[in-house]
Every structure is written in C-alpha cells, then in structure tokens.
Design a protein around this ligand. Structure first.
Ligand SMILES: Cc1cc2nc3c(=O)[nH]c(=O)nc-3n(C[C@H](O)[C@H](O)[C@H](O)COP(=O)(O)O)c2cc1C
Length: 353
C-alpha cells in the first residue's frame, strides 16, 4: 500500500511502531523496520551516549529507515537532535509538540518530522510550524492520553490540517488500517500491539499480564503523575488512587528515595525536574515527585518484570489482543487483511450491502 506515509518515511507499509519508553529499543525497532513498518526508537529514557549507541545498534540490524522519539521539553532536546542528524536518522518523532526552531533544524538537515499530538489545536500548531506529518492519538491509546476517541479526533484532525495524518490509539489489525485510511489517514501507528510481539524485550510475566487483561482492566488514572495516563489497573494504581494527601506524599518520598538510587539522579536534580513539571500545572508535590519518577515506574515493569511495583502503560486494545506474533508476522497479517477487507468492500455488490 502506497500512501503519503510510506513515501515520506521510505517504508514498505503504512504502519508505524511507536516510541515507547523502555519498550521500543533496538531489537523491537529493527524487527519492525525489517518487517517494512516504520520503527521508532524511544529515547526519553536513554542518556545521549546511549541514544547514539542504540541508533548504531539498530543500523547494524537493518538497512531500512527508522525513527527516534524524544521529549520536546527535555532540557537536552537540541543535543539529541544533533545526534540524530549526525547519525542520519530518517524520522524524528516527538511526545509533545516540538518548538518551531527544532522543527526547522531537523528539516534543514533532511530529517522527516512527525510529532505525536492528542488534540486538533496541537496538530494545527505543528503543521503551521512546518512538521511533515502528524501522529494523532485518540483517548483509547496507551500511555499519556486525551479524552477524545480516535473515531472522533481523527476525522477532526484530517479536516483541519493539510499534512499527512497517521492514526493512533486502538489499532491492532487490518480492519483498523482500512478504517483509518477511510477516514483520510495515511496509515496507523501502534504501541500496545508492538509491545505484544515476540520481538519486544518486555519480560514474559509482564506480557502475560497484558494478554490476560480484558478491556475493562485498562484504565486512565491521574494518580501516578497527575496527568491522564492509560495503563493496566493494578494494585499499585488502586493504592495510589485510594491514598490521601499525606499517604501519597509519604509513598512518593519513599519511591523517590528508591528511584533516586536506581537512576543515579541527585536530590537537587529530582527537585529541578519536579519544578519544571509542576510549572503551569495544578499538581500536588507528591504527584510532582511521582511524575519525576514515572520513567522509573515504567522501567520496574518493562525491564525488571516487577508487575507488583511498576506501571504498565497500555492501550485499551490489550483487552482484545491474545497472541505474541513476531513483527514480521504481525505486519504481514495486517497488510494482507487490509487488502482482503478492501477487496470485500470494493468487489461486486451482491445485494447484501
Ligand atoms: C508502554 C508504553 C509506553 C509509551 N511511551 C511513550 C513514549 O515514551 N513517548 C511517546 O511519544 N509515546 C509513548 N507511548 C504512546 C505510544 O507511543 C502510542 O502513541 C500509543 O501506544 C498508541 O496507542 P495504542 O497503544 O492503542 O496503539 C507509550 C505507550 C505505551 C503503551
């Protein structure tokens, strides 16, 4: 399937494996790229040196183009952009709207800029600033997410901007791909579905929790970092939601102490990150502390396999996914199903439709 996305990113299929902290590492990204999708490396949880190494590792495993996801609000975003430019990365993906200057620098260096957004006005803003395309994530999507469902947000954004729009939030199969194309999207971007592949390095015990989840086991909570965050409902989430202000603060402090040791952050660094996060938002100090530690909470699950301690960010689609194909099997299956669905829709009418 040839779309604006395949042409922009130079990939075979209009399918994106999104950047997911601690999940989208070199193994998953290169497997997705070799399968003909656009694989995106998650870099917010890497040091700049590790990012350079990870880019080289992906390159050693595939000749196909791939992308890197970064936090636009990271203090060192400009340095990370220079690493991407120097290493010849094809696509830059952003968790939040990047600045006009970052977009300009990337485009001048020939890097395709595809920010992720969760609202029409953000799509309009990055389009006006020169982004090449936009990934729009509906509320059913995993991780930090908005309130508007993909089926409402996607046509709204397609109508509002004249750059290619890639649909995210709730996609897992070929029917979804055709539906997204019907709405006017140039492809689909999937997080949870790629997390649940045999190529993802997420520990088996954690994958088993996702596979066992029903759609009702996936919730949106602000209890972890004060922002709407879609994840598996676990004892940790319920405890955080039940905790009063004092309990939450005590817990946050205990966690911060533990995570500070793990992450190597100093207390002043933690506090600085916290103040930056609190800026302009109505967050309590305990939420700020937990927010600063959210990457470590995600790591506990995604790397260390601690289903009891960690945050398992997840889209609602985990409730309908029950297998762990390889990326190659997954992408082939989606594209084949999409072609069959299209044929079924456009074939001769037999009176039933
Ligand atoms: C475990 C997990 C971690 C995520 N981490 C990030 C991240 O670091 N940066 C980002 O832009 N989006 C992140 N997301 C959001 C995804 O990139 C993607 O937009 C979302 O998963 C799409 O919805 P889906 O899960 O229904 O496919 C994450 C999602 C999950 C499930």
């Amino acid at each position: 399937m040839d779309t604006a996305l395949t042409r922009l990113a130079g990939v075979r299929h209009p399918v994106v494996q999104t950047g997911m902290g601690w999940v989208a590492g070199p193994r998953l990204v290169s497997a997705a790229a070799n399968a003909g999708a656009l694989g995106i490396l998650a870099s917010a949880t890497m040091t700049p040196d590790r990012l350079r190494e990870a880019i080289r590792e992906v390159r050693s495993r595939t000749d196909a183009p791939f992308g890197v996801n970064l936090r636009a609000d990271a203090g060192d975003a400009a340095d990370r952009v220079e690493i991407m430019v120097a290493e010849g990365v094809r696509v830059a993906s952003f968790a939040l709207a990047p600045s006009r200057e970052l977009i300009a620098r990337l485009r001048e260096a020939g890097v395709v800029v595809i920010p992720s957004v969760g609202a029409r006005r953000h799509a309009e803003k990055v389009a006006a600033w020169g982004a090449d395309a936009v990934i729009v994530q509906g509320g059913e999507g995993g991780g930090h997410t908005g309130e508007v469902a993909t089926s409402v947000l996607l046509p709204q954004v397609v109508d509002a901007v004249d750059i290619p729009v890639v649909a995210a939030g709730g996609f897992f199969d070929g029917r979804g791909l055709v539906a997204a194309l019907a709405y006017g999207a140039a492809g689909v971007a999937m997080g949870t579905r790629f997390l649940l592949t045999s190529d993802s390095t997420v520990p088996d015990a954690v994958k088993a929790r996702y596979l066992a989840a029903t759609v009702r086991d996936i919730t949106v909570t602000r209890a972890v970092d004060g922002l709407p965050h879609r994840m598996l409902r676990t004892d940790l989430v319920e405890t955080l939601e039940r905790s009063g202000r004092i309990g939450l603060l005590a817990r946050a402090l205990r966690k911060a102490a533990g995570f500070r040791r793990l992450s190597g952050l100093t207390w002043p660094q933690l506090v600085r990150d916290g103040i930056a996060l609190k800026h302009g938002k109505e967050l309590s100090w305990s939420q700020v502390l937990l927010a600063a530690n959210t990457p470590m909470l995600l790591k506990s699950a995604m790397v260390d396999g601690r289903t009891d301690l960690g945050v398992m960010a997840s889209g609602q689609v985990a409730g309908v996914i029950d297998d762990l194909p390889s990326c190659a099997e997954l992408v082939e299956r989606i594209v084949k199903e999409a072609e069959e669905v299209l044929e079924g829709l456009t074939g001769p009418r037999d009176g039933r439709r």
